[in-house]
Design a protein around this ligand. Structure first.
Ligand SMILES: NC(=O)c1ccc[n+]([C@@H]2O[C@H](COP(=O)([O-])OP(=O)(O)OC[C@H]3O[C@@H](n4cnc5c(N)ncnc54)[C@H](O)[C@@H]3O)[C@@H](O)[C@H]2O)c1
Length: 317
């Protein structure tokens, strides 16, 4: 499109979601025009409430499984429910969002010659045998399990991105996002950080699946958003996939104990059986992000949890 201004017009699908709303905010504060497209399945409009009056912000309620005709310079494709509770609610719809959604957004990028970034996931590595996971690892994913609608959907979306790049020369960027947390996470989506905080603040037992020795890495949302923007602005010819996440590794039990401690809660830990396909270890290798974009997370677990706990305290009150 013809752009008469130095800033860009940027489409963010899933822009009302947890990550999307922070990304929209950051892009607006960087001076860009932002079009947020969301069907509000897991992203409530309250997440973008304060942006609605912004002169450079536009919200369109739309489902990306259906085609869309707009003009823009860049697309961040984030639309997709991200927590197991939500993506397993209607698994066929999750696959459609990943695949039909990717096809629609890639078609749009092709017509408008826009640069397009895919929000992929560490779930493409499945239950990994390589630790930490570099981008060159192809993963170990169950194609027929209850998580497959999400994991395989995201893997196929990556394939589509690379085929559009090879076949049509599209300027693509693929970011593989690892566990990210922060304010505006959905309080009931079963993701471990929000779950533990809400349970601790309500004085309920914290649900730990298995014995809690499985490890995860936790990236604070501001670091992640900064990473996404750096991936989009990375040098021409750099497509990724590139890991974005915090390599600090904690057991689920450690996380539960830290949250109990930080909230001053009297909650106990309640151990439950491990769900199927739950990965035992997850930790990003971020050497490529460091080398290509000089990116690494800056916010430690405790300061990040502090802000997140503050948000949920307000929500519950
Ligand atoms: N948060 C994480 O830790 C994490 C980790 C890996 C990957 N990701 C990816 O990042 C993206 C954003 O995740 P999030 O944590 O913000 O999740 P989220 O559920 O808060 O946000 C997803 C947004 O997409 C919207 N959406 C879902 N289906 C749609 C459709 N068919 N059409 C239009 N909008 C639709 C939802 O309403 C929601 O606003 C997702 O693609 C997710 O797979 C997130």
């Amino acid at each position: 499109m013809v752009n008469y201004y130095s800033d860009r017009r940027i489409l963010v699908t899933g822009g009302a979601g947890f990550l999307g709303s922070h990304l929209c905010e950051r892009l607006l504060s960087d001076g860009h025009e932002v079009i947020c497209v969301d069907n509000c399945f897991t992203g409530p409009k309250q997440n973008i409430e304060r942006l609605l009056g912004h002169p450079k912000f536009e919200f369109i309620r739309h489902d990306i499984t259906l085609p869309l005709c707009l003009e823009m310079d860049e697309i961040y494709n984030l639309a997709c429910p991200a927590s197991p509770v939500h993506y397993q609610y209607n698994p066929i719809k999750t696959i459609k969002t990943n695949i039909h959604g990717a096809l629609n957004m890639l078609g749009l990028a092709k017509r408008t010659k826009s640069k397009i970034l895919q929000a992929s996931t560490s779930e493409v590595y499945g239950d990994p045998t390589v630790h930490p996971q570099p981008e060159s690892y192809w993963g170990r994913v169950n194609p027929i399990g209850i998580r497959s609608c999400y994991d395989e959907g995201k893997r196929c979306a990556e394939t589509l991105f690379f085929d559009y790049h090879r076949q049509h020369g599209l300027n693509i960027k693929v970011a593989r996002i690892f566990n990210t947390y922060g304010p505006r996470m959905h309080p009931n989506d079963g993701r471990v950080v929000s779950n533990f905080i809400v349970q601790a603040l309500k004085g309920h037992p914290l649900t730990v699946y298995g014995d809690g020795s499985q490890t995860r890495s936790f990236c604070y949302v501001d670091d992640l958003v900064d990473g996404l923007i750096r991936v989009m602005n990375s040098r021409d010819g750099f497509t990724g996939p590139v890991n974005l996440g915090n390599p600090g590794e904690f057991t689920i039990r450690e996380l539960a104990e830290t949250i109990i401690d930080m909230t001053g809660s009297g909650s106990k830990i309640d151990f439950k059986p491990l769900p199927s396909d739950d990965p035992t270890q997850r930790k990003p290798d971020i050497a490529l992000a460091k080398k290509e974009m000089g990116w690494e997370p800056k916010v430690g677990l405790e300061p990040g949890l502090e802000k997140t706990i503050g948000y949920f305290r307000g929500l519950i009150a």
